[in-house]
Write a protein that binds this ligand. Structure first.
Ligand code: SF4
Length: 164
């Protein structure tokens, strides 16, 4: 049985959902290895070019044009996209500066300019269509397993009733 080609991507965030994922591997390492081949995962291996994928896990909000371009590339190259954690699903808490008052916005403007940040921090679905969401800050582990299982089933890598 072929394995799903997957990627894990982190954008503007604290990467705590990546930590939760690594914790999940304590129980699921062998099963995930049977079902998925990680083609891109910077926390685990050298990863450069965005590969063709069946499934992309995307953590974090989008705060620069470079991130926006990369997210769009991921969408082009992946059959299904899962938004991982609150920052990807809603923008928050990474998008806190969107609701700063004018005075506070002016105070942080030099940082926005220095790092070429967008005027507004965006959630993933404000940039690309997404297929599934795993909410939580960090992501909810049970929901992550449920959604990953659903995605693998939809893609034909799990039969009806089969579990991850
Ligand atoms: S959702 Fe929470 S845990 Fe995840 S990246 Fe954002 S701030 Fe960090």
């Amino acid at each position: 049985m072929p394995k799903a080609r997957v990627g894990w991507f982190s954008f503007t965030c604290c990467e705590d959902s990546t930590m939760i994922f690594l914790e999940v591997l304590n129980d699921k390492y062998w099963r995930f290895g049977e079902l998925m081949e990680f083609k891109y995962f910077k926390a685990l291996k050298e990863s450069h070019e965005i590969p063709e994928m069946d499934l992309a896990f995307v953590e974090g909000a989008v705060s620069t044009q470079k991130e926006e371009d990369k997210v769009k590339k991921i969408r082009e190259k992946s059959k299904k996209v899962i938004a991982i954690g609150a920052c990807a699903c809603t923008g928050m808490p990474s998008a806190q500066r969107n609701s700063f008052d004018q005075k506070t916005k002016e105070e942080v403007q030099f940082i926005v300019s220095r790092f070429n940040l967008k005027d507004k921090v965006l959630s993933l679905k404000e940039v690309i269509p997404i297929d599934y969401e795993v909410p939580g800050c960090p992501m909810d582990e049970g929901k992550f397993l449920q959604v990953t299982e659903a995605a693998l089933r939809d893609l034909g890598f799990l039969k009806e009733g089969e579990k991850i």
